[in-house]
Design a protein around this ligand. Structure first.
Ligand code: HEC
Length: 174
């Protein structure tokens, strides 16, 4: 009994996601030490929104979930994925073309804890309430994410693996 309790405590201490007593998720402060999956530059899902300097988004996942994905081609419970959004600049220092990353704009999180949930953190990185299930986050990810509700079609190192494991949804090619 005592061992079981201790195991539960140590598992909670290692979990990539931590919650406040009221259910808000705490900012996963060490996500930059997780596994880097990919970056999108100026990705937009709405043609009318394509204006101004493009933003970068950088995607990270906690190491335990990544290791599990390597064996199964899909995400285990307790997966935490982070989408870090940064503005871009094109002129600075010696740079004359292309874009490089600048200020942090926000951090979005996709967590599988029993079921999948989304959280949005602003620049203040205060604990965040769950995004309501009616939000478009859930419907777009459900409809267009090719592995479970995630966008593995845009994470090149994982896509190949998921195809080999047969976990890509039917019609889920790029
Ligand atoms: C219209 C479709 C669409 C909607 C709506 C949407 N996303 Fe996404 N999301 C994407 C795409 C496409 C990617 C892949 C980004 C990349 O390749 O860099 C993504 C990736 C992510 C990721 C990285 C992990 C993953 O699941 O692949 C997170 C976290 C995320 N989105 C959070 C959110 C949140 C929070 C909302 C709602 C506030 C939201 N998204 C709404 C399309 C969408």
């Amino acid at each position: 009994m005592r061992t079981a309790v201790l195991l539960m405590i140590s598992a909670a201490a290692c979990a990539a996601q931590q919650y406040m007593p009221d259910g808000r998720m705490m900012f996963p402060a060490d996500y930059r030490e997780w596994i880097y999956l990919s970056s999108g530059l100026g990705m937009t899902y709405d043609k009318s929104m394509n204006m101004g300097e493009p933003s970068f988004d950088n995607v990270f996942v906690n190491r335990a979930a990544y290791n599990s994905f390597l064996h199964t081609g899909t995400w285990p419970d307790k997966t935490v994925m982070v989408l870090e959004i940064r503005s871009s600049l094109s002129r600075g220092s010696i740079n004359q073309g292309g874009h490089f990353e600048d200020e942090l704009q926000g951090v979005e999180v996709h967590v599988k804890d029993g079921k999948w949930a989304f959280y949005e953190f602003g620049k203040a990185q205060a604990p965040a309430k769950i995004v309501p299930q009616t939000a478009s986050c859930y419907s777009c990810h459900e409809k267009s994410g090719v592995v479970d509700t995630t966008f593995v079609q845009f994470y090149p190192t994982l896509l190949k693996l998921a195809k080999e494991k047969g976990t890509v949804k039917e019609g889920g090619e790029r």
